[in-house]
Design a protein around this ligand. Structure first.
Ligand SMILES: [Zn+2]
Length: 155
């Protein structure tokens, strides 16, 4: 074990200098502390809180979607609420595929396409997510939330 430490010191001969830098940093911090008044700590806490709140708001934008659009060959054929339960046959360009919802998620099953990639995409539920079946020309897209639409029109 002692040999290992010795080797590290051999590789980093300036390790001791770094340590003195560290203590300089600690000194600076303790000096800084003298200049910080209680109000500054409040400000720091407030900024951290604000950052957290913004993070939560941004996260909500990509959270649970509400409405999904099913289109075939680029044309909308169904508009479904993810909060309801559906199992609807959709006629694609090859054959029928089923689009199913369970009250929060949406997915495709029973697809006639060769590799079933659309089925392997699984169940989606986030605003903006989509499932594509290229061979059968079927697209399921969860609409982005209204806040996004507002941002898009006002910006
Ligand atoms: Zn497919």
């Amino acid at each position: 074990m002692g040999k290992g430490v010795w080797e590290i010191k051999a590789i980093y001969p300036d390790l001791k200098e770094n340590q003195s830098n560290d203590s300089a940093f600690v000194k600076t911090m303790s000096q800084l502390k003298k200049y910080l008044v209680p109000g500054d700590y409040l400000l720091i806490v407030f900024i951290l809180f604000l950052a957290g709140a913004i993070h939560v708001l941004l996260h909500q934008n990509v959270a649970q979607g509400e409405t999904a659009i099913v289109s075939v060959n680029g044309e909308e054929v169904y508009r479904l609420s993810l909060k309801e339960i559906h199992d609807i046959p959709i006629l694609g360009t090859i054959d029928t595929v089923h689009v199913q919802t369970n009250g929060s998620q949406i997915w495709l099953h029973g697809s006639p396409c060769p590799y079933k990639i659309c089925e392997k995409m699984g169940k989606i539920h986030l605003a903006g997510e989509l499932i594509v079946c290229v061979p059968n020309r079927v697209l399921v897209r969860i609409l982005p939330q209204k806040r996004d639409d507002l941002d898009a029109t006002t910006m």
